[in-house]
Design a protein around this ligand. Sequence first.
Ligand SMILES: [Ca+2]
Ligand SMILES: [Ca+2]
Ligand SMILES: [Ca+2]
Length: 352
Amino acid sequence: MERSALFVVALALVIACGDGSPSVGEGSEGSSSGSASSSGPAADSTGSSGADTGSSSGGGTTTTDPTGDETSSTPFEHEFHTLLTDDGRLALHSNLPPAVDACAALPLADPPCDDLDADGLVDAWEDVVLDRLRPLRRLDEAEQAVNDPAFVFADVGRVVTAADGSYRVMVMLGYSYDFGSCGFTSHNGDSERVALALAALPAEGDGGVVVDQAYTAAHEGTATDHGHVFAGDELAQLVLTPDPVVGEPRWVVFPSADKHATYATLAICEGISPIPCLDEDCGPEGAADPAMFDVLPMAFNAGELETPRLTDLTVAGFPGDDAWAEQDFCGGLGGTGCSAPVRDKLLVDPFP
Ligand SMILES: [Ca+2]
Ligand SMILES: [Ca+2]
Ligand SMILES: [Ca+2]
């Protein structure tokens, strides 16, 4: 149909560095070859760097300097790509150690060990984890946002170590507006979310991780909360698709039409309720061009509460909104009676 410009496929993670400055910093990853030079110039921050190297090497694995010796003069190159494990789980290969200490000890020149959010995790690793493991949103064919050229989608995430040493990824799936249901309950701003629990996967490099649990939120914290944690055998229910840019495995979620509750499968969404106005519709059934309903917007790593990398969400297309302030999320449209604060989507660990 139209408005395909809405669907900006953006793999580059744009980083706003430092103390709340909204300035757009360097994108540190996203080359389609799955490698990123730690010492090179800033990657394209327009969100298109996922394509700009143009080197599609399939799995994205690149080899390091064939001359051999790893010395301090050999530049570090971050090699990463997603894959499926033998038991079908989504995993990330990465040769960058997540721990700042281990990163700094690499016998290579200039590994990207910055930790601006002071959580002990290498930010460059966090950014790749967020960018590659966050889900693509596959919208319903009746989703009103599709025909709204002013509509804004963006992801705001957080990557952190859990108490047990595993990792957490929380992603606020931002929408500028919630159209409500049957003409009711619409509001500015719509802060939905998913989360992942990741386990170390040393076989896939120092920074290798595998999805151990996945959470999809639907009407979180309400009487009709249909959020669900997928663990163990249930992880096989998660839907994966080739990433539209790099072709590697990418997680897919299904936001309900207009309300954007997030479901892991079409069956779960469509099975919520048979009652009109309480039901949920998901997925572009019958659409002539289903790809038009796939949204993978820009993603932003907000850092941590005490040491944020991003606060003002203007850079994400949501002026007036904030990643960490105790204020409703209004999708850049202002007003009152908006959606839950972004910080609630980043701070609350949904996993048992
Ligand atoms: Ca960090
Ligand atoms: Ca972090
Ligand atoms: Ca909603």
